[in-house]
Design a protein around this ligand. Sequence first.
Ligand code: PMP
Length: 396
Amino acid sequence: MPTPSLTFRGESMRRIYLDHAAAMPVDPRVLEFAERYLQRDFGNPSSLYSVGLEAKRAIEDARKKVAELINAEKETCIVFTSGATESNNLAIKGTALRNIGKGKKVAASAIEHMSVLNPLKELQKRGFELTNIPVDSTGIVDTEKLNDILTKDTTVTSIMYANNEIGTIEPIKEISEIVHENGLYLHVDATAAAGRIPIDVQNEGIDLLTLSSNDIYGPQGAGALYIKPGVRLQSILPGGGQERGLRSGTENVFAIAGMGEAARIAKAEMVQECKRLKGIRDDLIVEMLKIDESYLTGHPTQRLPHHASFRFSRIEGESILLNMDMMYNIQVSTGSACTSRTLEPSHVLLAIGLKHEEAHGSMVITLGRSNAFEEIPIITKAVKETVQRLRELSPL
Ligand code: PMP
């Protein structure tokens, strides 16, 4: 993929993009596949003439490819949405409200994304009881506490497949057994994990699963919710009745068709690509931990293969991010893109037990298809120089 360059002191610097958890370039193969739905086969999928039927066919084709990525029972288990935030809202509010007769308790891990935590808080304002499930210092959900907390009237428990900020992968199968012994439905936000590691909703006992198109190199503006056969939801977006009446609104055919193709490519290339990225990632971790007072955050082994997250004492993550961008044309993150514009420390880092001042020095690297082994020494040098420079300036 083309990587634009920046000129610094007369030298051209190729961009090294290391924030694939925040946004991804659309894979050129996806763009080539889906482009026709912008201008040629642009019809409304609900229209009965040929150009509409063509669009409808594209959506059903995408539904099949997305279902295959996660081994869903059948295509009809997949409902397309506008993205992960909407899928999380539909899963949580839709299920809790439809099953209100069975109970008014909901639960989630303390490290969920805001698009899970905020809909839950909304339910809390409407009289639901919300319980946060703690995690250990590596980000793994405390399954004993989960066992204690859940009761038969806990209708929705939401635990993410893997965390976007610290990379930790949760023991979903074990969690699913606990949820089904004690409560009702398990919702899993797989935005950070899908397309990176294999997911099997049937084998892992998942009732609802959130996916995002852009997080698998598809276009922005599409997402999906897997709904296990038999699980009943209330629509949170009433209208023309598209997507089995669960998500009204004319479908974003280009983005949905692109998401389908992105899912197909991710499934076909996952094993090989994950191995390649894990190799780069492991070398980067070794190099970063050579820096004085640097620490890995998240789980040392149970983590996403493309994900490396650190904290450096006595400096601010925002300064690292800006320095790396301006001085080296390297883009890293300091946590969740959605909340990093606030100066509040990340709720994820606080939940794993870091102090406020420790949580402020975080740097997150998420690798992708454009990254290569040759970049390791460039990234390492840039981070080492940045940390040293910032520490020299630091009053702490
Ligand atoms: N869940 C997780 C784990 C995420 O990382 C994100 C952000 N990529 C979201 C949900 C929300 O995604 P979006 O902003 O695309 O709706």
